[in-house]
Design a binder for this molecule. Structure first.
Ligand SMILES: [Zn+2]
Length: 271
């Protein structure tokens, strides 16, 4: 029931960031099933070719919770827009912004929504950001198509697993360190300060504060993020048949600085 997508009636501009995710430790994104061909108790998620991949939804979830924690921890005044709602609260007044203001059904003012919902979407505002599944980049020399997955064993002493494995020994698969995945992020109508938040979320992942996937308390899921370029398109340029604007990796950092500055300025904003 996405009845209103106020921010989205117009597609003014689109930005596509590309880069790579490189695993620094083992990475565990489980397939949720067991008893597959490879025999490990807890296999990793694989694509149709049998290579591991990182689902876009998983990346989006990690970014969202990282940015949510940052914004909550900063405790800035609400009129900066830099706040995060509690999606479990069911009323608009109670601080959840995924709801229409009382008596104003159908009207959505993005300014009334928290930064996290404005970036990642809620029940009534569309997401500005979309993540492709990060597919494994095949090394050119790797003619035999080695799958960089290793089996590790553990004893099910983890609290969360105790009920399932009852202290038995079990195997789990991880993606090997040094594996490369292609990262693609699509942003529609990007606002500089929200882009600043998004980039900061990626920085947190790169700096090791946020880990991806499962078993992160065992040190798994640390990755590096390497940006390689961006493509920028405006609706006007598209219709006028102008070529898309390519930003090489060297132009990215200055651009990211602009985003970070816009975010910093936003923290000072008063209504
Ligand atoms: Zn919200």
């Amino acid at each position: 029931m996405t009845s209103s997508v106020a921010d989205f009636h117009k597609l003014k501009q689109r930005l596509r960031l590309s880069g790579q995710i490189v695993t620094r430790t083992g990475l565990r994104i489980g397939s949720g099933g067991s008893g597959e061909l490879d025999g490990a108790d807890l296999p990793v998620l694989r694509d149709a070719q049998g290579y591991p991949f990182i689902p876009g939804a998983s990346l989006k979830g990690s970014l969202r919770s990282t940015i949510e924690a940052l914004v909550r921890g900063a405790e800035l005044p609400r009129d900066t827009g830099l706040w995060a709602c509690d999606p479990l609260l069911e009323s608009y007044e109670g601080g959840a912004c995924g709801h229409h203001a009382p008596g104003k059904r159908g009207e959505v003012d993005p300014e009334q929504h928290c930064a996290v919902c404005r970036l990642f979407g809620s029940r009534i505002v569309a997401s500005h950001v979309r993540f492709s599944d990060a597919l494994m980049r095949l090394p050119e020399s790797d003619v035999i198509g080695r799958v960089p997955v290793e089996v590790r064993d553990g004893v099910a002493i983890d609290r969360d697993l105790r009920t399932v494995y009852g202290g038995q020994k079990y195997d789990f698969e991880v993606v090997s360190p040094g594996t490369c995945f292609d990262l693609e992020v699509f942003i529609e109508n990007p606002k500089d300060w929200l882009m600043g938040l998004l980039i900061m979320g990626f920085d947190q992942i790169r700096d090791g504060f946020t880990a991806l996937g499962g078993f992160t308390s065992r040190g798994l899921g640390r990755v590096d993020i390497v940006w390689s370029g961006a493509i920028e398109v405006s609706a006007r340029d598209l219709l006028e048949g102008k070529p898309e604007k390519r930003l090489p990796s060297g132009d990215l950092e200055p651009r990211f600085s602009t985003f970070r500055e816009a975010l910093a300025a936003r923290t000072q904003r008063r209504a």
